[in-house]
Design a protein around this ligand. Sequence first.
Ligand code: PGU
Length: 400
Amino acid sequence: MIKRNPYIANIKAGYLFPEIAKRRREYQAAHPDAKIISLGVGNTTEPILPHINAGLVEGARRLSAAATYSGYQDEGLLELREKIAAVFYRGAFGADEIFISDGAKCDIGRLQLLFGAGSPVAVQDPSYPVYVDGSVLIGAAGGWTGAGYAGITYLPCTAENNYFPDLEKLPENGLLYFCSPNNPTGATADREQLAVLVRAARRTGTLIIFDAAYAEYIRAGALPKSIFEIDGARECAIEVNSFSKPAGFTGVRLGWTVVPRELAYAGGGSVNADWARVTGTIFNGASNIAQYGALAALESEGILEMRKLCDFYLENARLIREALSRLGVASVGGDNSPYIWARFPGRKSWDVFAEILDKCRIVTTPGSGFGPSGEGFIRFSAFGHRADVEEACRRLAQFG
Ligand code: PGU
């Protein structure tokens, strides 16, 4: 019989979001009349806006005519790579440094192939579970110890340190996953903090994988939307990003990754060249239809539509925070991100999850699923129809 990849056995339980979906199904089966509202997984709910949607339609139309038909586009449409460089990075990157993907999550998984099992991994704690679970799957981390995975350096990001990690604890010559605006806390690093981060990365030989999936939710003008706004980042960072959350492309699937030419391994090899090799080998490119949608999203009308969509979810976030504060529950986030991070002192996250589900019929995400420092917290997602969010806010009054 075939042997199982032993690293898979190191994963302690199911991936967080399917686990939540399972608990919801079980609750629904036991309470068939319950009208459950989900503020759990960060999944977009609102229709794609007209200009961007017209781009998708145009992408499909082009496939129907011989003159405009296209097949494999491994590296992504040149026009789209140039447009991403122009719109998001003020032309600071060439098209050969922008790689189109089918989403940030998929590229995070593929990026892990570049570094393999041998490089130490550090994460913000709490953080998006894919960084840690993916590292376990490639053997860069060991088994579950009861308080995290062996070999992962968890850098607590809590109210005590203003959600910015103590970088003295950064391992030498490793990877650091850094997400800003952060999932789940919503904390958004300012320019000075990112400058400190880049300096620490260069001092310790760390490669930062900067996840900017929520950058378009930033409303405070001075906050950086990209790690590449910081001098020196080209030598120590890769950025992953996505149209999922700003354009409603969670089901369309389109993202990109920036790998600067300057980025080198110990010994001097080019990370950019390896990334081209890895993606060329195991990825056949993103959907051409999705890429036409993204092109439309980057036109001025599309940019306005993305802003409008993010504003809609940010208003949901405001309503949720208000409802929590009426209950006396302390929370952060929701102002430059679609997540609210709510504190339930002295309690276990999964217990609070179960209580909110039972009393309010609302699905949330237990903070402990994002790392040891998430225990005692609940993440509320602001993705939802307005009427559902308003109803959820009314129901929250039944909690406590
Ligand atoms: N990066 C971060 C920080 C995210 O929170 C998410 C989605 C992604 C990347 C995924 O981006 P794609 O471009 O769509 O691949 N996080 C959601 C959905 C759960 C999941 O498993 O991705 C969440 O609820 O945290």
